[in-house]
Structures are given as structure tokens and as C-alpha cells.
Design a protein around this ligand. Structure first.
Ligand SMILES: Nc1ncnc2c1ncn2[C@@H]1O[C@H](COP(=O)(O)OP(=O)(O)OP(=O)(O)O)[C@@H](O)[C@H]1O
Length: 347
């Protein structure tokens, strides 16, 4: 995941959006296999459906696809769906794994015709590899440099047509020459609660867990707009339902389970709440500097900035201003507190 994502600097979190612990194995089982099973992202689905159908009708390889969006929104899943819809094999690698142009040349030269190459975190590839990719994407050719200095020679290598599916947290992180070489760019949005509820019902079916609509809605509301988190919370609630109840997930069971795991009604966890509570109760809602806030909650300031704040800002609970961090009216309301009068103290 990118250096700026929520979870990189923090310990494993139940509400972290990156894949952690046993996620990978379970995710493989829960991944939708085709576009019709893929929940939400209507525009992306419709557009991609057209791109793929048209390529299939022409008997051609699909255009290169760039997927941007936060971790856990389904970029890897979508790349596998592209492969399935095109009836093509898929090769999965990531930007950090490609640090030399030679690493990329090795991957590219072993691709089969029509193969899908999924390059996760494409913005983290090295510069020389990136430059090699320009030519590979456009002309299906690379120049492999053999030797060094004056004796170096470029050996041209023809590649079979392939489809590159690049994934990144933000398309803006890519240099424009790379971005421009993608024929189709899709931005994945956070999911709304109704869509997450559908994800949860689908996953519960696959996991053979009984869940009622209110139980699914409760989990969806705490899943931070992210299917990966929804699936993870579902598994923890399933544990609770199995151990403490009759195995059926209802609203009451979801609420009780997620309070054991300290995930509140808006999906805030212990760290998020500690940051907001310090801001509200110790500093009257701010403004307060990041370092002071971090000391108050006993965390590194990177952890507060990278792990807690992105979600709090996205939720409109905290604002980063030039004078420091401030709590919004929604933050006061979430904690059931009254904001201080102008110039007065916190209630
Ligand atoms: N639209 C969706 N419908 C149903 N399940 C989904 C959807 N999107 C994601 N999921 C589920 O969420 C989990 C995470 O998805 P995925 O690994 O594709 O995310 P990602 O965007 O590639 O994340 P990362 O950037 O961290 O690699 C998977 O288990 C997948 O099954």
C-alpha cells in the first residue's frame, strides 16, 4: 500500500483498510468472480463492461486499465474479473517488487498473448522501470540494455500484446506520461451503506452464516465505506454469534460484538476515539498542533497523522488547518458533548 495509506504506520487494526493477518486467504474465497457479482461502483462496472465486450467482439486484447482508489475497495478483485471476462490468464505483481528495469523486463518477456498484468501500487515502481513500461504499453516492445557505460547495447525485444491493469491509491501520483498511456481509467469510490450491506449478505452466504438485514446494516454502518473492512467485521461478529449466541447475526449481536472489539457506531476504533476525545476534552476542540495532540494520546505523530486522521477528516469529524487540528461540530455531536461558547470552555 502507499506510504500515505491509513494503516502503514500502525499496528494491525480491525478497521484498517489494508490486507492484514488472515485476510488474504479469506479474501480469495470471498472475491466476486465476475462483473455481475461485483457489488456497487455502477459507473465503473458499466464502462468496464463496454471496454471488455468491445475488445472481445474484435478478438483484440483490451486496452490498458488504470484503477485508482483507497485500499480494500476492490482493485485486485476487479483485475481478476477483467482476466475472467477476457478468458485470459493473469499475472500479479506490484510496484515495490519492481525496483530495476530488469525486473520488469523479466515479467514482460514471459507474458503470454492477451495476458493480464496486474501491477498493484504502480506509483511505487522505480523510474527506470517506469520508462521501460512506457514503450511496452505503447509499442509492445522493450529495449533490454546489456552491458554498462560505453559498451552498453540496447537489444530490442518484441512482446506479445497484453493488458496492463495498474492500481494506485490516487491517479495523480502517476507521472502524466504513464497516466496517459492507459486507455481506460476508473476511479473507485467508497461504498455506501446499502452497497456494503449487499457485500455482507453475499459474504455471509459464502461463509454459511445466518444474518438478518438489521444485523448486516449494523456492520455496514461501521465498515468505513470499505468492503475489506465489512468482510473482516463480519468474521469477528460471526465469532461472537457462534460463541456467545446461537450463531445468527442480528442487530443486537452485531452491536454487542463490535463493542467488544471497540468499533463504534460510525466505525471509529480506540485510536480514532482517543484522538478525538483528546481534541475535544483536553483542548476544547482545538486548534492544537499535531505533536501536542500525539503526546496527549501517547502515540507517534506519524501514527496520528497517517493512521487516525485520514478517516476522521473524511468523516468530517476533524479538520487540518494552518493553526492546527480542530474538531468539527459533528465531532462534538458524536461524543454527545456541547461545543464551548465562543472564547469559553468545553462543556
Ligand atoms: N465490489 C465488491 N463486491 C464484493 N466484494 C468486494 C467488492 N470489492 C471488494 N470486495 C471484497 O473486499 C476484499 C478486498 O478487495 P481487494 O483485495 O480487491 O481490494 P483492493 O482495492 O485491491 O485493496 P488493496 O489496494 O489493499 O490491494 C476482497 O475480499 C473482496 O472480495
Amino acid at each position: 500500500m502507499a506510504a500515505s495509506t491509513e494503516t502503514e504506520t500502525g499496528a494491525a487494526r480491525l478497521v484498517g483498510a489494508s490486507a492484514e493477518g488472515d485476510d488474504q486467504a479469506v479474501e480469495a474465497a470471498l472475491r466476486p468472480k465476475d462483473l455481475s457479482e461485483f457489488v456497487g461502483q455502477e459507473k465503473v462496472r458499466q464502462q468496464l463492461d463496454l471496454v471488455l465486450k468491445a475488445a472481445r467482439q474484435r478478438g483484440a486484447t483490451a486496452d490498458h486499465v488504470l484503477l485508482s482508489g483507497a485500499p480494500g475497495l476492490g482493485k485486485t478483485t476487479l483485475s481478476m474479473i477483467i482476466a475472467a471476462e477476457m478468458g485470459a490468464p493473469i499475472r500479479i505483481t506490484s510496484g515495490p517488487a519492481i525496483q530495476h528495469a530488469g525486473d520488469l523486463a523479466a515479467v514482460l518477456s514471459s507474458l503470454q498473448e492477451g495476458e493480464i498484468l496486474f501491477l498493484d501500487e504502480i506509483h511505487r515502481m522505480s523510474r527506470p522501470a517506469e520508462e521501460m513500461l512506457y514503450m511496452a504499453m505503447e509499442d509492445f516492445r522493450v529495449d533490454v540494455i546489456v552491458g554498462k557505460g560505453l559498451g552498453a547495447t540496447a537489444i530490442p525485444l518484441e512482446l506479445p500484446p497484453f493488458t496492463l491493469v495498474g492500481a494506485t491509491v490516487r491517479a495523480g501520483l502517476l507521472p502524466p506520461p504513464l497516466r496517459d498511456r492507459f486507455g481506460f481509467t476508473a476511479h473507485m469510490e467508497f461504498y455506501d451503506p446499502a452497497e456494503l450491506q449487499r457485500v455482507i449478505h453475499r459474504s455471509a452466504g459464502l461463509l454459511d452464516v445466518e444474518i438478518d438485514p438489521a444485523g448486516a446494516a449494523e456492520i455496514a454502518g461501521r465498515s468505513r465505506g470499505t468492503p475489506r473492512i465489512a468482510n473482516r467485521l463480519l468474521r469477528r461478529v460471526r465469532d461472537y454469534a457462534q460463541v456467545r449466541a446461537d450463531g445468527v447475526i442480528t442487530r443486537a449481536i452485531s452491536e454487542a460484538a463490535l463493542s467488544v472489539y471497540e468499533v463504534d457506531s460510525r466505525g471509529l476504533d480506540r485510536l480514532d476515539r482517543a484522538v478525538l476525545e483528546a481534541l475535544l476534552k483536553l483542548f476544547g476542540g482545538g486548534p492544537v498542533g499535531l505533536s501536542t495532540l500525539a503526546v496527549a494520546v501517547g502515540e507517534e505523530h506519524e501514527t496520528v497523522r497517517e493512521v487516525a486522521e485520514p478517516f476522521l477528516v473524511r468523516e468530517g469529524l476533524l479538520a487540518r488547518t494552518l493553526r492546527g487540528r480542530i474538531a468539527t461540530p459533528a465531532a462534538w455531536e458524536h461524543f454527545g458533548l456541547a461545543p464551548p461558547q465562543q472564547g469559553g470552555a468545553a462543556a
